[in-house]
Write a new protein. Structure first.
Length: 144
């Protein structure tokens, strides 16, 4: 199984940005944990991060061309603003699981709505960085 893990704006600041909300792990820590788990489960995961919406849209499109089996996607703040990312996800056959480190439904009201969720296989929110690993395990289980 070949998976793509996309991370949106400000996730390059994990471990530094609001650790009381997002914790002390860095994106490299998340990457290492997920890749180690993937290896043990016979899968591969490629990590990418961008602060730019159009780049993320392009990567969603490329996931279909590059034959990924699924996308683990933490879109960050674009969750609540991006019709373009919704349309990109809806326009490809690659399934997407939306992941959020914090519980977006317990935060500010503007964070309660996800434009992406209706186009995704599912959403994991509020389980910290373990949400990435749960998404990975979900894709593995679906393949069986």
């Amino acid at each position: 199984m070949k998976l793509l893990c996309l991370n949106g704006p400000n996730l390059n600041r994990l471990g530094k940005r609001e650790p009381h909300i997002y914790g002390h792990e860095t994106l490299d820590d998340v990457k290492n944990n997920v890749q180690n788990l993937a290896t043990s489960l016979g899968a591969t995961v490629e990590f990418r991060q961008s602060n730019h919406e159009g780049v993320l849209v392009d990567w969603v499109h490329e996931a279909e061309d590059e034959k990924y089996d699924g996308i683990i996607f933490n879109p960050g703040a674009y969750t609540h603003t991006s019709v373009a990312l919704h349309d990109a996800i809806a326009g490809v056959t690659v399934p997407v699981i939306e992941v959020h480190i914090s519980n977006i439904h317990k935060r500010e009201a503007f964070r309660h709505h996800s434009y992406l969720a209706p186009a995704c296989l599912g959403q994991i929110s509020g389980l910290g960085t373990k949400g990435y690993e749960l998404a990975l395990r979900t894709f593995i289980e679906r393949e069986k």
